[in-house]
Each structure stands twice: as structure tokens, then as C-alpha cells.
Design a protein around this ligand. Structure first.
Ligand SMILES: Nc1ncnc2c1ncn2[C@@H]1O[C@H](COP(=O)(O)OP(=O)(O)OP(=O)(O)O)[C@@H](O)[C@H]1O
Length: 475
């Protein structure tokens, strides 16, 4: 009468009538009360131990006064708490930085964990679709840890088994609004664990003054601005090629000028040569004296200068062949940085087809073979589409400043970069808020990092030119 399926037990069928659905009676397993109590006690104990380990400062701040009150009365507790509070205030006033890193951020993290994340966790997870409600039970991702710094909360979560990072990146907006933050960035901590970064304030909201010219000659990653976490943004130019993409007014000039500024001592020491291609005749012309005779503006001059760079590169390659595999800048073989402002003027918008092909070929040769022999390219570009810049993938390092369309973000930083929080299309078009702000992928991590280039003003450029003239005369 009934088809017996694997695992089915007909004895559990309690009623059936013709033409109606089969009715099953579920097996009810009676759990002994002691087992339930032990499990609950274990969970409470594990939760307490975890809280003490993760938030020792906050737990001490609560437990010490309560214990003192119970053991010695409220007067002793008040005196001890007042002494401790005075010591902490003294520490705060004496060394604010060490106080905030050892105590302040931990207390804030504890508070925000309870008040923001724990309180809203269940509704945000269920409504955003990251939690599941199955057979009367909520299955939620686990809130593992909350850490705070001066600008953001970092929330470590354990995903539900079977979830993908994309499930979270697709819901970054739900998470941001759910927890009252302006944005949410999702990064992978390790298999099954993610870190959600919720900015509390924007440390890059105000323009940064030009970084002081370094005291020593350095070709290594040069400081050109600041990362969102407050650390210096250091751009690697030697041993790579860099493409800076950004809409008009995005602040590409500040990346270029900050780099030039940081390399000045190395230029002075003869370890670096700056070659400039300025087809727009705007940006680089302002400090053209810094480039000496390696400055080109017309397309023909630009093509000649690029050919010269290719020739330097090829001669070096011939000399280095079989002798060394990487370049170390010396006075005889300085690092040559070819700076191109608005490269599309030369590669896409150039009406002379022969010239266009010559320039594209030279750039492609430099970007494919130049870095091992100390010839690098730093190019700026407004429109990152392939039709405009078909050699964009020959640049290993790319910077996405403000872009016009969301699709352009992945064109610059690679697939999935926007999903991981590189919202370059949402950067403010107001120069004071958004110029020089962008996203980069650092060598150490595939995750996009938000950065802001320091603003090198016209006065700064004039001062650099004057300094260059002074040392030129002295030499
Ligand atoms: N890092 C910065 N911080 C603050 N303001 C900046 C910064 N960089 C540029 N600006 C402001 O934004 C304006 C536009 O900058 P810039 O000319 O460098 O943009 P751009 O990307 O080179 O634009 P275009 O492609 O049109 O030349 C500048 O006049 C300046 O006032």
C-alpha cells in the first residue's frame, strides 16, 4: 500500500485515509533535564571565559569594583576605584597614544560589541538573508570579535557552513545600514572567517598637506599620502609600473606630484631620473624644470622621448643579460621613471595613426620589459576602458581614484574589487572631500585599501623647482 523509501519507517505512520496526504508523527526524543542543564552551564562558562579573554580590560572594569564591594564594602570599592581612575586619567593625559591602544579602544570595542553588534545581530542577519530560520530555529553567523581603532570597527565573523564570501559582499549595504555605519568592507581573515570593517569616522575627509621632502635619497616605496587606518601610504614605483585612473578632477595630479616630491632627494643623488610626457600641457608643465631636457609635450616629442626610454632599456638589458636579474639604482644606471599625464591623449585620442601605434608599442615595450632593468612608467588616465587603454593590464599596480561608473572599478582594480568595498564611483566629486581619495591593492593583500594622496600645491611645486635650481647651480 505504501512505497517504503530508504529510511522511512511505516510504524511511524499514524493515520492515512484514501485521497488525503500521508500524515507522519515525528519521533519525540525526550532529553533528560540534566543533559540540558549541563549543556546550558557549559555554554555560559564558555561564554564567560571567551569574554574574559577577548575583553580583559572591560571585564576588570566591571568585576573589580563589584568584588571589592562584596568583600570589603562600598567605601573600599569607591576608594580603590577612585585611585585606579586617577591613575588611568594620569596615564591618558601623560601618554594618550599608549592609553588608547591599551585601554581606550578595548573599552570602546566591548561597548560597541554589546550595544551595536550583539543587539542588532539577529535582526540584521535574518533580514539581510545571511542568517537562516529553519524548523523554528535561527542559524546565525557567529560574531567572533569586535576591535576598534581611531576610525573604524573591525568585526570578525564566522560564516555559516556553505556560505560564500560573495553572499556577504553582496549584502555590504544591508550590513552598513543595519549597524548604522556609512559603509562596510568585507575581507577574508581565513577559511570560513571574515572581517567586516565599518568606518566610524573618515580620517581622509580633509585634504592632506604635501608630505615633507624626505631627508635621504630613497627609491623604495615612497610616502605619498595616508591610508584609511592612519598609516602612511607608500607607493612602490621602482620595480613596477603604476597606472592612476580617475575622472577629471579626481586628483591624479596629486599622486604624480607627491611621487615626484618623494623622489627628489634620489634625483639629486643621481639615483633617479624623471622623464615627463605632458600631452595636455597642463599638469607637468608647471614644474617642467624638474625634468630638465626629459620633458615632452607634443605627440611627436612624446614619441621620441618614449623611444629614447626604450633604447635606454634595451641597452641596459643587453649589458645586464647573464650578469644580474634585477636593477639596483646607481649613478651610472639610475632608475628612470617615465611619467605620462593623460596617456589616452597619446594612445587613443591621437589622430595620427602611425604616431599612435609607435607610442603604444613603445609603452607596451617599456611596461613588459622595463622593470627588471630600472625603467618604470607612472601613467595617469581618465577613462580606463579597454578601447581607450588596451595595454592597461601591462601595469602591475593600479590606483582607482574617483571613477564615473561602478563597472570601471573592476576594470582598474580587477574583478570583484568593487564587491570587496572599492567604491571608487562613490567618492565625492567635491575636491575638498574626494580629490586624491582612491583605492589601491597593496602587495601584501588582495583587499582594496582606501587611501588619500597628499595635495602638492602650486607653492609646493614652485619650492621644489627652486630647490632643484639651487642644487643644479651648486653642482
Ligand atoms: N590630494 C588632494 N587633496 C585635496 N584636493 C586636491 C587633491 N588633489 C587635487 N585636489 C584639488 O582637486 C582639483 C583637481 O585636481 P587635479 O587637477 O589633480 O585632478 P586631475 O585628476 O588631474 O584632473 P584632470 O584629469 O582634469 O587634469 C585641484 O585643482 C585641487 O584643487
Amino acid at each position: 500500500m505504501f512505497k517504503k523509501l530508504p529510511g522511512d519507517e511505516t510504524r511511524k505512520l499514524v493515520s492515512t485515509t484514501p485521497d488525503t496526504a500521508v500524515v507522519f508523527r515525528p519521533v519525540v526524543v525526550q532529553t533528560p533535564a540534566i543533559v540540558t542543564i549541563v549543556i546550558l552551564a557549559w555554554r555560559v562558562l564558555a561564554g564567560l571565559v571567551r569574554t574574559v579573554i577577548v575583553h580583559p580590560v572591560a571585564v576588570a572594569a566591571l568585576v573589580v569594583p563589584v568584588t571589592l564591594t562584596l568583600l570589603y564594602g562600598w567605601r573600599v570599592a569607591l576608594i580603590v576605584s577612585t585611585v585606579l581612575a586617577s591613575l588611568l586619567i594620569g596615564w591618558y593625559l601623560g601618554d594618550r597614544e599608549s592609553f588608547t591602544s591599551c585601554v581606550g579602544w578595548r573599552l570602546l570595542a566591548f561597548w560597541r560589541r554589546i550595544w551595536i553588534y550583539r543587539r542588532h545581530w539577529q535582526p540584521v542577519m535574518v533580514i539581510s538573508g545571511l542568517g537562516r530560520h529553519l524548523r523554528g530555529r535561527d542559524y546565525l553567523p557567529r560574531l567572533v570579535r569586535v576591535e576598534c581603532d581611531s576610525s573604524a570597527d573591525r568585526v570578525t565573523v564566522r560564516m555559516l557552513s556553505g556560505q560564500a564570501v560573495k553572499d556577504w559582499t553582496d549584502r555590504a549595504d544591508h550590513l552598513a545600514h543595519g549597524f548604522g555605519a556609512p559603509a562596510c568592507r568585507v575581507t577574508i581573515a581565513r577559511a570560513g572567517r571574515l572581517v567586516l570593517t565599518f568606518p566610524r569616522s573618515d580620517p581622509l575627509a580633509t585634504p592632506l598637506p604635501a608630505v615633507p621632502v624626505p631627508a635621504s635619497a630613497d627609491v623604495g616605496p615612497v610616502e605619498i599620502g595616508r591610508c584609511e587606518d592612519g598609516t602612511p601610504w607608500r607607493l612602490k614605483v621602482h620595480g613596477t609600473h603604476v597606472l592612476v585612473a580617475g575622472a577629471t578632477g579626481a586628483g591624479k595630479g596629486s599622486v604624480i606630484w607627491s611621487t615626484v616630491r618623494a623622489l627628489l632627494p634620489a634625483v639629486r643623488a643621481g639615483l633617479v631620473e624623471l622623464w615627463a610626457l605632458d600631452p595636455k600641457l597642463m599638469e607637468l608643465s608647471y614644474g617642467r624644470e624638474l625634468f630638465g631636457h626629459r620633458y615632452a609635450a607634443t605627440p611627436e616629442e612624446c614619441a621620441d622621448l618614449l623611444d629614447e626610454a626604450v633604447s635606454v632599456m634595451q641597452k641596459r638589458a643587453a649589458r645586464f643579460a647573464g650578469v644580474r636579474r634585477s636593477h639596483v639604482p646607481t649613478v651610472d644606471d639610475p632608475f628612470v621613471l617615465v611619467i605620462v599625464d593623460e596617456v589616452a591623449f597619446l594612445t587613443a585620442y591621437q589622430p595620427d595613426r602611425a604616431l599612435r601605434q609607435r607610442i603604444t608599442a613603445a609603452l607596451a615595450t617599456l611596461t613588459t620589459q622595463g622593470r627588471a632593468v630600472g625603467v618604470g612608467v607612472l601613467a595617469a588616465l581618465q577613462d580606463p576602458r579597454k578601447e581607450v587603454m588596451n595595454i592597461r593590464n601591462l601595469f602591475p599596480d593600479k590606483i582607482a581614484l574617483r571613477l564615473d561608473e561602478s563597472e570601471q572599478v573592476d576594470m582598474v582594480l580587477g574583478d570583484g574589487a568593487r564587491d570587496r568595498g572599492a567604491h571608487a564611483d562613490l567618492i565625492s566629486p567635491r575636491p575638498e572631500l574626494g580629490a586624491g581619495v582612491g583605492y589601491v591593492r597593496l602587495e601584501t593583500s588582495p583587499e582594496p585599501v582606501r587611501v588619500r594622496a597628499a595635495y602638492v600645491s602650486d607653492t609646493d611645486i614652485r619650492a621644489m623647482v627652486a630647490a632643484r635650481a639651487d642644487w643644479g647651480e651648486a653642482a
